[in-house]
Design a protein. Structure first.
Lengths: 106, 363
């Protein structure tokens, strides 16, 4: 007998299929897509998935520290993530994650 | 192709490129490129093939770097911009300086928060210059009103000078591997120690290729209790600095330019301290032709009253024609040209967005 052998399959981290809506200004950095499908358990996980698949898009949303840029707003469905749990906000199947530039400038 | 004068103008709303024949009688304007996005640094790289670069400080989506290979007919983003390592904890806020390096495609980039980056491929990939960016003083520098910016990069063989607001002047003598604060004689009016080791609010430093030991500095002057610390000169590669402000109406200002054919001829734009604008509403550039011994007011063609120009640290440039012209951009959106070394001024464009930076080259 092989000591330590576990016949059960490894437990995979849970992931959730959500839709990410991309603002018009950033669609060039993801092949023109208006929306993307990602599988992630949290907002942070969804952004990390964007970093892996579309690094230029990610850099336009987050800075080098991983923080969402000051003038970018991220919503889960109709709620701003700052009113939820920030980047730790959990995602449920079918959630819509919307990235929008803030109203500012002059 | 006949020689042309190219002026690259960074504004609050994008980059403009003005072009003229070498006689400089009429300039045509192109742009804005990166419309609506602030440009704080531009470079006309005259090495073959010539390229124009501009930072594009997008408040929403972060920094971009624009590059043109056709003298400003069109611009494309480079593949990357400088970025701090993930574990560093700092995030790029702005690009303030772009300068050519040694190799054909080498570039240096000064950023906010004050750090130095280097590219070996014309801006498509970047590496942080640790000797400056991770200097033991780096986490002690603090921002001035414009932000914590590394705004000046001067190369002189193995020597590399950088100017930081507020950090002071740093000198490398080993090609950028290591840096040391080099501010002897550079004063500060905003800390108890009038001559600190570092932390001065240096606004601009300029040199001359024919006199590498000679440097000029526009420092943050205008302090009643510490007069004369605003305009300085060094004759020993920036190791020590002495005041040359006597004779100026104010030692406060931002830009400084050196004549392309005479290292003793220098231009500054003195501003009133409270308003950061032209003294008494009468704009003028001041010139010395003896390295700062005497100064002369140059105002022919400028309005004589009711005009409050502010010219930022990179808002003054000079071309290298035999009789050079100066180019002065204001935060009220005017681009002025001063023919014959600033003897006669005329307004080239009077309603651009607020101007942050101006560069000129004859190509």
């Amino acid at each position: 007998m092989c000591v330590g052998y576990n016949p059960r399959p490894p437990v995979m981290p849970s992931t959730t299929a959500v839709t990410v809506h991309v603002p018009a200004q950033l669609r060039d950095s993801c092949g023109g897509a208006r929306s993307l499908q990602v599988a992630a358990p949290t907002v942070r996980g969804a952004l990390q998935e964007l970093e892996r698949r579309h690094p230029e898009l990610y850099r336009s949303v987050c800075d080098e520290t991983g923080a969402v840029r000051r003038h970018i707003n991220v919503f889960v469905n109709k709620s701003h993530v700052r009113d939820l749990a920030g980047l730790a906000t959990p995602l449920a199947p079918g959630d819509e994650l919307t990235i929008l530039p803030a109203v500012s400038g002059g | 192709m006949a020689e042309r004068v190219i002026v690259s103008i960074g504004t609050k709303k994008g980059l403009f490129v003005a072009e003229s024949s070498k006689k400089r009688r009429k300039f045509d304007l192109r742009g804005p490129f990166g419309a609506g996005v602030a440009v704080y640094a531009t470079l006309i790289d005259t090495r073959t093939p010539p390229r124009i670069y501009a930072s594009s400080c997008n408040a929403f989506f972060g920094m971009k770097l624009l590059r043109s290979t056709d003298l400003g007919q069109k611009f494309k983003e480079t593949k990357a911009t400088p970025a701090f390592p993930k574990e560093d904890g700092r995030a790029l806020a702005n690009i303030w300086a772009l300068e050519p390096g040694d190799g054909k495609k080498d570039l240096y980039c000064g950023v906010e928060p004050a750090s130095l980056f280097r590219s070996a491929d014309g801006g498509d990939t970047w590496e942080m210059v640790g000797g400056l960016s991770n200097h033991e003083h780096a986490r002690k520098w603090h921002p001035g009103n414009g932000g914590l910016c590394l705004h000046t990069i001067l190369r002189d063989g193995e020597r590399l000078h950088v100017g930081i607001s507020t950090g002071g002047h740093y000198l490398s003598e080993d090609g950028g591997a290591t840096f040391a604060a080099s501010n002897s004689g550079v004063g500060a009016g905003f800390v108890p120690d009038p001559y600190p080791e570092y932390g001065q609010c240096v606004h601009k430093i300029a040199g001359h290729k024919d006199a590498p030991g000679r440097l000029y500095m526009q420092n943050h002057g205008g302090w009643a209790e510490r007069p004369g610390i605003g305009v300085l000169r060094s004759d020993d590669h920036g190791r020590t600095w002495t005041s040359i402000a006597k004779g100026l109406p104010s030692d406060f200002g931002f830009p400084l330019a050196v004549h392309p054919h005479d290292p003793d001829t220098v231009y500054v734009v003195p501003l009133e301290v409270p308003s950061r604008a032209s003294p008494n509403g009468a704009p003028a550039v001041w010139r010395t032709e003896d390295g700062g011994g005497r100064w002369r007011r140059l105002a022919n063609g400028f309005p004589k009253k009711d005009s409050y120009f502010t010219v930022l640290r990179d808002g003054l440039a000079i071309d290298d024609r035999k009789s050079p012209a100066l180019y002065l951009g204001t935060t009220t959106g005017q681009l002025w040209m001063g023919r014959d070394g600033g003897e006669e001024w005329s307004c080239l464009f009077d309603s651009l967005p607020p101007i942050h930076c101006v560069k000129v080259a004859v190509v």
